[in-house]
Design a protein around this ligand. Structure first.
Ligand SMILES: Cc1ncc(C[n+]2csc(CCOP(=O)(O)OP(=O)(O)O)c2C)c(N)n1
Ligand SMILES: [Mg+2]
Length: 367
C-alpha cells in the first residue's frame, strides 16, 4: 500500500457556510476557531502520511490511519472538557494529541521503544495517555463502550459534571457491548457522549450488511436516548453538535449518541487492501468529502488562510514530526527485565523467582 492520495480530477464538495453563519455558530472568534480546527486536522493528516510511509519502509510495525476522520477528532478534542474521559475506538489518537498528549511520547509508542508508556506491550496506534484521560483502546471491538459507561456512572455518583466520551465505528454498533453499554447508560442516566464514526465500512463489510436500520443514530432511540446524525466531514457541524450534546449531558440530562458520517480514505490498516472489496467510484466519492480539503476550501474562500499560509502550517507540522521521529527511532526497545515489572506494587515472590530464573538463563545481566 502506498500513501493514499485523491484520484485525479476529484471535485471537493464545498462546506456550505458564509461569514454570518460561521459567526452565528462559532461566535465572534470564528476565524481563530476555524484556523485551530484546521491546524489540528492537518496534524492528523500529515502524521498519517508520514507514519504510513515509515510503515512501508519497515520502520514502524503497524499503522492504523485516521484519514477521513480528522474533522470528528479535531472538533471532539475541542468540544470536550479537560476533565472528561476519552474511550477511543480505532481512530481517535488525534484526540489525545490535541488534548495535549506529547507527540514525542506518541512516537515512542509507535516505535515501541523504552520510553513508550505502554513499554511495547500494546499494538502501535493503541496509546494510553493518562495525562489527558485517554484510555488505551482494546483491540476487541466494542469493549470501550461499557468501560466508558462505568466511568461515567462513577463520575455521576461523585457528583461531578464530568462526561465520558465513547468513540466507536459503525461495525461496533452490532457488538453486544454496544447494546449493554447503551442500555445501562440510559437506565442509569450515566453522563456518556457516544460518538459513532460511521465510515461506512467494518474492514471489508459495508454498513448495509452490518445493520438493517437506515441510520445508526436511530439505534439510540431504541434504548431511550436522543440520537442525531450529522456530516462528520464538516468540522463546524461536528463541533456545534458535540458541544451542545456535551453541555446537556454534563447538566444531567442523560446520555446522547451522535452519529458522524465520514469516509475512510485509506485501507482499514497497513495490513489491508480495499481494492479487493470497495466498488468502483468509492474512492472518488470519498475524496470529494475529504474533510481537510473541504476546510481548506472554506478558509480560502473566506480569505482566512490562503495557499501560502497552508504551506507554512504544513511545513511547521512536518518539522515537528521529523524532530519527534528523530528522537524516538534510535531509542532502544524496552529491556527484557521490564517483562516482570508494572503488575505488582511491591515485589511478589513467585514473579521475582521467575525473573531471577529467566535472568540466569540469559547470562545474568539484569540490573
Ligand atoms: C470482537 C471483535 N471482532 C472482530 C474484530 C476484528 N476487527 C478489527 S477492526 C474491525 C472492524 C471495525 O469496524 P468499525 O467498528 O466500523 O470501525 P472502523 O475500523 O471502521 O473504524 C473488525 C471486525 C475485533 N477486533 N474484535
Ligand atoms: Mg467503520
Amino acid at each position: 500500500m502506498s500513501v493514499p492520495a485523491p484520484p485525479a480530477a476529484v471535485k471537493t464538495v464545498p462546506l456550505p457556510y458564509d461569514r454570518g453563519q460561521l459567526e452565528e455558530r462559532l461566535g465572534p472568534s470564528w476565524k481563530e476557531t476555524l484556523s485551530e480546527l484546521y491546524r489540528g486536522m492537518l496534524l492528523g493528516r500529515v502524521l498519517d502520511q508520514r507514519m504510513l510511509a515509515l510503515q512501508r519502509q519497515g520502520r514502524v510495525g503497524f499503522y492504523g490511519p485516521t484519514m477521513g476522520h480528522e474533522a470528528v477528532n479535531a472538533a471532539a478534542a475541542r468540544a470536550l472538557d479537560k476533565e472528561d474521559w476519552v474511550f477511543p475506538g480505532l481512530r481517535e489518537q488525534l484526540v489525545a494529541l490535541l488534548r495535549g498528549h506529547p507527540l514525542e511520547l506518541y512516537l515512542d509508542h509507535l516505535f515501541a521503544n523504552e520510553a513508550d508508556p505502554a513499554r511495547g506491550r500494546q499494538m502501535p496506534c493503541h496509546p494510553s495517555a493518562r495525562d489527558v484521560r485517554y484510555v488505551s483502546m482494546s483491540s476487541n471491538i466494542g469493549t470501550q463502550i461499557p468501560q466508558a459507561v462505568g466511568t461515567a456512572w462513577a463520575m455521576r455518583r461523585k457528583g461531578k459534571g464530568t462526561v465520558a466520551a465513547a468513540f466507536f465505528g459503525d461495525g461496533a454498533t452490532s457488538s453486544s457491548e454496544f447494546h449493554a453499554g447503551l442500555n445501562f447508560a440510559a437506565v442509569l442516566d450515566a453522563p456518556v457522549l457516544f460518538v459513532c464514526a460511521n465510515n461506512q465500512w467494518a474492514i471489508s463489510l459495508p454498513t448495509s450488511r452490518q445493520s438493517a436500520v437506515k441510520t445508526l443514530a436511530e439505534k439510540a432511540r431504541a434504548y431511550g436516548m436522543p440520537g442525531t446524525r450529522i456530516d462528520g466531514t464538516d468540522p463546524i457541524a461536528v463541533l456545534t453538535e458535540l458541544s451542545s450534546a456535551r453541555r446537556e449531558i454534563s447538566a444531567g440530562k442523560g446520555p446522547r449518541l451522535v452519529e458522524t458520517v465520514v469516509y475512510r480514505l485509506t485501507p482499514h490498516s497497513s495490513s489491508d487492501d480495499p481494492t479487493r472489496y470497495q466498488p468502483p467510484g468509492w474512492a472518488e466519492e470519498a475524496w470529494a468529502h475529504d474533510p481537510v480539503a473541504r476546510t481548506e476550501g472554506l478558509l480560502e474562500t473566506l480569505g482566512v488562510v490562503d495557499a501560502k499560509g497552508r504551506e507554512a502550517i504544513h511545513k511547521e507540522i512536518e518539522e515537528r514530526i521529523r524532530k519527534a521521529v528523530q528522537l524516538a527511532e534510535p531509542r532502544s526497545p524496552p529491556g527484557p527485565e521490564s517483562l516482570f515489572e508494572d503488575t505488582y506494587r511491591a515485589p511478589f515472590p513467585p514473579l521475582t523467582e521467575e525473573r531471577d530464573r529467566f535472568d540466569m538463563e540469559q547470562g545474568g545481566h539484569f540490573p
